[in-house]
Design a protein around this ligand. Sequence first.
Ligand code: GUN
Ligand code: FE
Length: 422
Amino acid sequence: MKDFIIKGQVLDSAGPELLRCRENSYIVVTEGLCRGVFPLVPEQYAGLPVTDFGTGMILPGMSDLHLHAAQFGFRGLGMDMELLDWLERYTFPEEARFSDLRYAEQAYSGFVSLLRRSCTTRAAVFASVHREATLLLMEKLEASGLRCYVGKVNMDRNCPDYIREPDAQSALRDTEEWILQAQSFAHTKPILTPRFIPTCSDPLMRGLKELQRKYALPTQSHLSENYGEIAWVRELSPDAAHYGDAYARFGMFGGDHPCIMAHCVHSGEEELELIRRNGVFIAHSPESNMNLASGVAPVSRYLSLGLRVGLASDLAGGSSENMLRAMTHAIQASKLRWRLADQEVKPLSLEQAFWMATAGGGAFFGKVGRFEPGFALDAVVLDDSSLSTPRPLRLRDRLERAVYLADERHITAKFVDGVRLF
Ligand code: GUN
Ligand code: FE
């Protein structure tokens, strides 16, 4: 049933700094698309069934622009290292387990149920190098009703033998087979996923570009996250003008295709200019950046430059899939950055964090993340009545409190693409 009306306290973003609060309003949905938000049901929609969520807050579903399904098993663990050591010590051994489909079954079931219960309606997901386990994850995400891009990870150098693809050719063959098998899913789409420059040889990157063109695929990777990583890329790609250019030289940095780059904590001016020109989406992952002591991206500056920025949990660099926590962390980290490092870049506001979690990241998936006519109806309903306070609160302040205090227990309903999941 994709024609209906939901009523409640409606909040969404009209711009990066502009929160729109509409009390006791009706969201009209036909064919799974939002037709508008109205104070009264318009005459022409009078026959549609109405679900009234009362005082509940209806928010756009959130888009998690970067997380690792194959790291679900060690979320909340291994917070004592920086990126490169963390990959060797914790991440690669965990991801290696996904050669075993029984382990994958268990881990991915847990991951998908967590995501399904969360505020997230859309996500760009890294799996592991394993084709079959990646397809299993895609099957589960397809069945969940969520809308995801999923990447079989590519890496053919600079990682342990037990998880490395043997060479570029076999990696590309395996990846193409995965792309073809993934065509069977209606809503779970493949996204090319070179892990990052250090683990991807030039022949692999060239071959991935051919696959990108042949199948018109989006791409995702990591960029300028950690100082040691950036120095390594400079050594590995001495001719590249900057880290982003090391992808761009292969045509794997947006421009002619949609592209997400996670982190961008330490991107320089030239790199930012290329990100802007190529319409690359930045996946800001504040909790991960703190856990791995990577740094704090100057996100409000990125927003003021007009860059496309979405928010991400980066599970399991981040411990939680909860996008409300990602918003909280983004705001808190930006304040420490401002206080301790750089008074030129203002701290993030609630409005900006909410924008990134909804409209900013949603734009990667099309008309998603706002209650505008023609947008997909992705929504979560939050019941904050258990977060008691003696004070009367306006809607904006209820949202702020929910961002800091709420979790999946406060989600009473969830809609994706016009379908109610629960
Ligand atoms: N860079 C390359 N791989 C990874 C990863 O798995 N997590 C994070 N945070 N950064 C990476
Ligand atoms: Fe990551």
